[in-house]
Design a protein around this ligand. Structure first.
Ligand SMILES: [Zn+2]
Length: 357
């Protein structure tokens, strides 16, 4: 009996030691200085949100609170009805935007093709057997993609940086990957070398005389317990000739949309998140609700906005239909026509007609 007790105590002791070691490692690792210039959004150890007085820092009580909120039932399977049109005549300055799913768009401009936050995996999770699972197929298969020149990655959350998909795109097209500061090593671990890390407001020239600027967002980052806010997040602004497109990535509402318009101009198209916003007490700094997305659309002065971050993965507490209904309400109360802020079907292509052939 005494022997069993001894073994048990030893096992508990080793377990406690391991836990303490893990906690210490996490504490030290998260405070190791990183080699980026200190700025209004980087304090030497972590990236921060200059638009927030209190940084986003979820604790145990938040996680317990989220679990207690529960989740409404989503449909388990939905068939796609969008029809892609990938060979439209873009003339000299047309834009074709095809909605794949979640925040993944295929953007075709004359001479350059760009993908945003490409996610083709079954789940947005570190493992293939657990985590949020898609309720629909991607609106386009990887095999249907035309040649891709540039891949934009807004931050490293699993529903935006899907390493398995990036690996496949790299094998097929060897595109240029534009990523926020701190993400190069992760892509390199998957054998991807054509990577450019960007800080906010940094610009990079891509094919067909297009320019991509990495613009701010109010959000967070992390793929595990050891790396919260150790890499940057943001949005992208694409400019080609007289046309421009803004990809919002992920983020809460802030004055950054006005600043982006002031510095870079009002975009022809803005791709804006309208999902994963419930419960508000937790999600508000991280994700816009549809009313805030409409305000962002107004701040940007976008000719057309397209909603995203809904309809594929259940990541928060709203019902499946809620973003669609709340967007319609928000547009009505602002007196905005529904053809100025729309939601595409997965697989559907929206064409901005060329002004010159
Ligand atoms: Zn995110």
């Amino acid at each position: 009996m005494r022997g069993v007790l001894k073994v048990l105590l030893r096992a508990v002791g080793i377990g406690l030691l391991l836990l303490a070691g893990l906690a210490l490692f996490s504490y030290v690792n998260n405070r190791m200085p990183l080699d980026y210039p200190v700025s209004d959004h980087f304090n030497g150890q972590r990236f921060t949100n200059p638009t927030l007085i209190e940084q986003i820092s979820p604790g145990i009580s938040d996680i317990v609170g989220m679990i207690r909120e529960g989740r409404p039932e989503w449909p388990t399977r939905i068939e796609n009805t969008g029809l892609p049109q990938l060979d439209a005549d873009l003339g000299q300055d047309g834009i074709a935007v095809t909605f794949v799913n979640h925040v993944t768009f295929l953007i075709q401009m004359p001479g350059v093709t760009i993908l945003t936050d490409p996610v083709w995996s079954e789940r947005t999770s570190p493992v293939s057997w657990f985590g949020p699972r898609r309720v629909r197929d991607p609106g386009l298969s990887l095999d249907a993609l035309p040649h891709v020149d540039v891949v934009l990655v807004s931050h490293n959350h699993y529903d935006h940086l899907d390493l398995a998909t990036l690996e496949q795109l790299n094998a097929r097209f060897s595109p240029l990957f534009l990523v926020p500061l701190g993400n190069r090593a992760l892509l390199q671990s998957a054998g991807i070398s054509n990577v450019k890390e960007m800080d906010w407001w940094e610009a990079h020239d891509v094919p067909s005389k297009s320019r991509v600027t990495f613009t701010p967002a109010q959000h967070s980052s992390g793929r595990g317990v050891f790396d919260r806010d150790r890499t940057l997040w943001g949005s992208f602004y694409i400019k080609r000739d007289n046309r421009s497109l803004f990809f919002g990535g992920d983020g809460g509402y802030s004055g950054q949309f006005t600043e982006i318009r002031e510095r870079l101009g009002a975009p022809d198209i803005a791709l804006l998140g309208i999902g994963s916003y419930v419960p508000r007490w937790f999600m508000k700094p991280l994700h816009k609700n549809p009313a805030e997305a409409v305000q962002a659309h107004l701040d940007l002065g976008a000719t057309l906005s397209i909603g995203m971050h809904m309809g594929t993965f259940q990541l928060a507490g709203e019902t499946f239909e809620q973003p669609f209904a709340e967007l319609a309400n928000a547009l009505a109360s602002e007196g905005i026509e529904t053809d100025r802020f729309m939601i595409l079907k997965e697989g559907e292509t929206w064409l901005v007609e060329p002004q010159a052939r």
